[in-house]
Ligand binder design. Structure first.
Ligand SMILES: [Zn+2]
Length: 281
């Protein structure tokens, strides 16, 4: 199987009424956990690297290994840049084999978000790369799972979303409907009415960020309301952390390769649990 772009897997998900899981890798161990989990379930998967994680994953250094592992998988794999905030990061990802990029201009004034997203769509589409953008602002900070303050950000306006998709030509839109990055301090309240309205007014697959801590029932309802890509990172990090602690408590002398295996298995389990829920729709 070869690397595919985001549009390819999301179009299929829309037809099938399901969602594709997007999981952040922070090293080769987590990449293997994500790919193994998807292969075991024979499911497409989106592997993402967040710009904020560039200090852990130097894509210039590791892209050949990442692309090789993705290409060897027996399932479709999308290699996606998560929360790209600079043109530099986006061009770097495209140069190194990424098949999809997210430009996160959600903190910019609307006109500037539209202008910059449109420019990136033009570059990306010229080389077959898909683009996800964000409108409204999903709260919390990507990749900051341990300090996640509960903050649902600024919810997406459905009419603005329709105009944004029309003018930019994006392939997928991340919406703010009450989810947040990091650890939820209280139960998230998703605004399904708003989500349904956005789906009615746009014709692109919608993306839910902050998937760690959302109930399976809320996932199913989100998918029914137009969500076809769901991002999960915090759960991977928390479960790996928990598994390592437990293993070291039991055997403080555990060797480093075994510690890595414990973490990988824990992450693979999360990936498989989420894919099962997302695939059922
Ligand atoms: Zn995010």
């Amino acid at each position: 199987m070869t690397l595919v772009n985001l549009s390819t897997v999301l179009k299929q998900a829309m037809q099938q009424g399901c969602a594709v899981g997007c999981f952040n890798m922070v090293d080769i161990n987590s990449l293997e956990a994500i790919i193994n989990g998807a292969v075991k379930l024979n499911s497409p998967v989106i592997v993402s690297v967040a710009e904020i994680h560039f200090p852990y994953v130097d894509i210039e250094k590791y892209s050949s290994v990442i692309c090789h592992l993705a290409n060897q998988a027996s399932v479709p794999v999308v290699l996606h840049l998560d929360h790209g905030q600079t043109l530099d990061a986006i061009m770097k990802a495209m140069r190194h084999g990424f098949t999809s990029v997210m430009f996160d201009g959600s903190q910019l004034p609307l006109e500037e978000n539209i202008a910059r997203t449109t420019e990136i769509v033009r570059f990306a589409h010229a080389v077959g790369v898909s683009v996800e953008a964000e409108l409204g602002h999903v709260g919390g900070a990507e990749g900051q799972s341990e300090v996640g303050d509960y903050d649902t950000g600024l919810l997406t306006d459905p009419l603005q979303a329709a105009a944004f998709v029309r003018s930019t030509g994006v392939d997928a839109l991340a919406v703010a409907v009450g989810s947040a990055h990091g650890v939820y301090k209280r139960k998230p309240q998703l605004d399904f009415q708003r989500l349904t309205r956005i789906k009615e007014l746009t014709d692109v697959p919608l993306v839910l960020h902050g998937g760690s801590g959302i109930s399976d029932e809320d996932f199913r309802q989100s998918i029914a309301c137009g969500i076809h890509k769901i991002n999960v990172y915090t759960d991977l990090s928390l479960q790996a952390n928990k598994a390592i602690k437990e293993a070291l408590n039991e055997n403080p002398g555990l060797a480093y390769p075994d510690i890595k295996a414990v973490a990988r298995q824990a992450m693979e389990k999360v990936v498989m649990e989420k894919i099962k829920v997302f695939a059922a729709g």
